[in-house]
Design a protein around this ligand. Structure first.
Ligand code: ATP
Length: 363
């Protein structure tokens, strides 16, 4: 049985339709990320699961219990849904010490004092805040405040955790550390986690399942591998990947002998079966799949190196082709290229093909 299930969840804000008919099921123990651009409905979805927002229609079931239904008129209040939260602001009580912040919910639930003490100790140990339990949040760094919020989740031992951009206030180094921390926490608690972010790196590194949203609609729900390598449509292909995927306009010609892609900068036979009768397509090639040659090569296209950006372990190279600008990501660290004139190609097996009109992936 699924742990989180949204069926036909619809949300209007006045006239504005923020979520049209959302259907999503999440299995017990999964780490699921809602990913998408600003305003796509991620936070609305999370707030509906939390009970902080009431859907216009639909049904929400958590751990086998109906939390909201427009048919049975059920609407369980947030505090009775048994969920753990971390928000962007961490939502710590500024007038309470670390110890109180971690144990408040347990006290409110009238848990025996010895049990509260044991859970507090275990949580402080886990998030390495021992010795700081008597400080107020204002006496802690951003990272330490974050760990108090994590400590509270550990102490509460909820089976479902909701996290809304919990790392966005942290600096880059701490963010990478906390990413691993939250993933470990979720696994150790055996919790089902719903995580909201607009940061694709967070989504790709942390999730079992990524739900890519746009304008209130799920574009694709898949593993990080599926989302990156087999995007369902052009929106997902362009949204995921940094630097962005290269797109070429082309024509798909389907004949009895097979399928061929022909356009400016692309000309190859498809080896994979194609679900299409032919016509205008977009060919998408990830920057790491573009190869740069310093000598002419059959089938490769002439290009001129424009900008070279070393990032440490890799180098981003912007190139001008006769028809358009493209980006390549090469493994070696280079501050400059030996020459301006180069030739580029790619393995057709790495190309993703989308119908130009509908944007749907067709191979
Ligand atoms: P962000 O990454 O910027 O937080 P999001 O994907 O979480 O964006 P939501 O906050 O879920 O997006 O908002 C979805 C849409 O609903 C947006 O267009 C937003 O303007 C609108 N919206 C959200 N809350 C309200 C509200 N209380 N009243 C009216 N419109 C709202």
């Amino acid at each position: 049985m699924s742990e989180v299930s949204l069926t036909g969840i619809t949300k209007h804000y006045g006239e504005f339709l923020a979520l049209p008919e959302m259907n999503l099921t999440i299995e017990k123990g999964q780490f699921v990320t809602l990913l998408g651009p600003s305003g796509c409905g991620k936070t609305t979805t999370l707030r509906i699961i939390a009970g902080l927002e009431t859907p216009t229609r639909g049904e929400l079931v958590l751990g086998g219990r109906t939390m909201f239904s427009d048919v049975s008129h059920e609407n369980v209040p947030p505090e009775k849904r048994g969920l753990g939260f971390i928000f962007q602001s961490y939502a710590l009580w500024p007038n309470m010490k670390v110890e109180r912040n971690i144990t408040l919910a347990l006290r409110q639930a009238k848990m025996p004092a010895a049990e509260i003490e044991a859970r507090l100790e275990a949580a402080l140990e886990k998030v390495q805040l021992k010795g700081l339990e008597d400080r107020f949040p204002s006496e802690l760094s951003g990272g330490q405040q974050q760990r108090v919020a994590v400590g509270r989740l550990i102490a509460a031992r909820n089976e479902i955790l909701l996290m809304d951009e919990p790392l966005s206030n942290l600096d880059a180094v701490l963010r990478t550390e906390m990413r691993a921390e939250l993933k470990r926490l979720s696994r150790e608690l055996g919790a089902t986690t719903v995580y909201v972010t607009h940061d694709q790196v967070e989504a790709l590194t942390m999730s079992d399942l990524i739900v890519v949203m746009n304008e209130g609609r799920i574009q694709q729900a898949g593993t990080p591998y599926e989302i990156y390598h087999h995007p369902a449509n052009l929106f997902v292909a362009e949204f995921i990947g940094d630097p962005k995927v290269n797109l070429f306009d082309a024509e798909l010609v389907v004949s009895t002998t097979g399928a061929r892609i022909k356009g400016a900068g692309v000309d190859f036979h498809l080896t994979q079966p194609v679900q299409h009768s032919g016509g205008a397509v977009k060919v998408a090639v990830r920057p790491e799949h573009l190869c740069i040659h310093t000598d002419p090569k059959e089938g490769a296209i002439e290009a001129k190196i424009d900008v070279v950006q070393p990032t440490g372990s890799q180098t981003i190279v912007s190139l001008d082709m006769p028809s358009q600008r493209v980006t390549a990501l090469v493994a070696q660290f280079r501050e400059s290229w030996p020459q301006e004139q180069v030739w580029i190609d790619f393995d057709p097996a790495d190309a993703m093909i989308f119908d130009a009109k509908s944007g749907v992936n067709i191979v």
